[in-house]
Design a protein around this ligand. Structure first.
Ligand SMILES: Nc1ncnc2c1ncn2[C@@H]1O[C@H](COP(=O)(O)OP(=O)(O)O)[C@@H](O)[C@H]1O
Ligand SMILES: [Mg+2]
Length: 229
């Protein structure tokens, strides 16, 4: 089991009210699995993914990534664990605006051997057809190119778990296909993907699609569809 979520919950204070953004979500994702969670805006998708990614601590419940609870680690250990064990892809790319394509892909490199890291980053950048953009900054890239840089960065440490939050939300059809094919190929190579999206088209790339509403997974019998297997 690469990913295990046990009764995860998170609420936010909004004025005098509390919003229950995620309400008792449990699930597992195995090696080779591509799971998509589909639901409308505001139903808790991003909150769920941030918790899974070690970026937002849950009120209650547990996250296990390859058996490790990121919230049981110190802040430094958790940052390092995130960088080496998880890949993230977001709708808004979250590239560092003042760094070149090469340096953005190198941001997870930490203290590893720089020559080796550069070689790996260059190979990934070429794999995504961006070798001619190596020294450009994000503002000089198209949205599709930005997301390909984000994918290269996410894959830098060859993680086993990829998390994707509306990864095709800003992309044209061609780049959406590149992103979704990359996610599919990633699972075929033994990784797992957890993607959240409101987009019917995007979730069709997953092997399994669950619904989410008001922070809760929908009963399997109503929403689970097995598309590819
Ligand atoms: N940092 C926050 N502070 C207050 N409310 C939040 C915060 N993040 C999310 N929410 C609320 O939690 C609910 C779920 O949000 P979110 O997880 O972003 O949904 P989605 O990604 O499905 O659009 C929404 O009602 C949103 O307004
Ligand atoms: Mg969201």
């Amino acid at each position: 089991m690469l990913l295990e979520l046990v009764e995860l919950s998170k609420s936010f204070k909004s004025g005098s009210q509390r919003v229950q953004a995620v309400d008792g979500i449990s699930l597992t994702v195995d090696a080779g699995e591509f799971l998509a969670i589909k639901g409308p805006s505001g139903c808790g998708k991003s909150t769920l993914l941030l918790m899974v990614g070690g970026l937002l601590s849950p009120d209650t419940g547990k996250v296990l990534i390859e058996g490790t609870d990121p919230y049981a680690l110190s802040n430094d250990q958790r940052a390092r664990f995130r960088s080496t064990h998880l890949g993230f892809v977001f709708q808004q790319f979250h590239l560092v605006p003042y760094l070149s394509v090469l340096d953005n892909v190198l941001t997870p490199a930490l203290a590893t051997n720089l020559a080796e890291a550069k070689e790996r980053a260059n190979a990934l950048i070429s794999q995504f057809g961006l070798e001619h953009r190596l020294h450009h900054t994000p503002v000089e890239l198209s949205t599709g190119e930005k997301q390909r840089v984000a994918l290269a960065r996410a894959l830098f440490h060859q993680p086993k778990v990829l998390l994707a939050d509306e990864p095709t939300g800003n992309l044209d059809a061609e780049n959406s296909e590149i992103v979704l094919n990359t996610l599919k190929q990633f699972t075929q190579n033994g990784g797992c993907v957890l993607m959240v999206s409101h987009d019917d088209q995007a979730v069709q790339s997953a092997q399994k699609v669950l619904g989410i509403k008001d922070g809760r997974l929908q009963p399997h019998s109503e929403t689970e569809t097995l598309i590819n297997s």
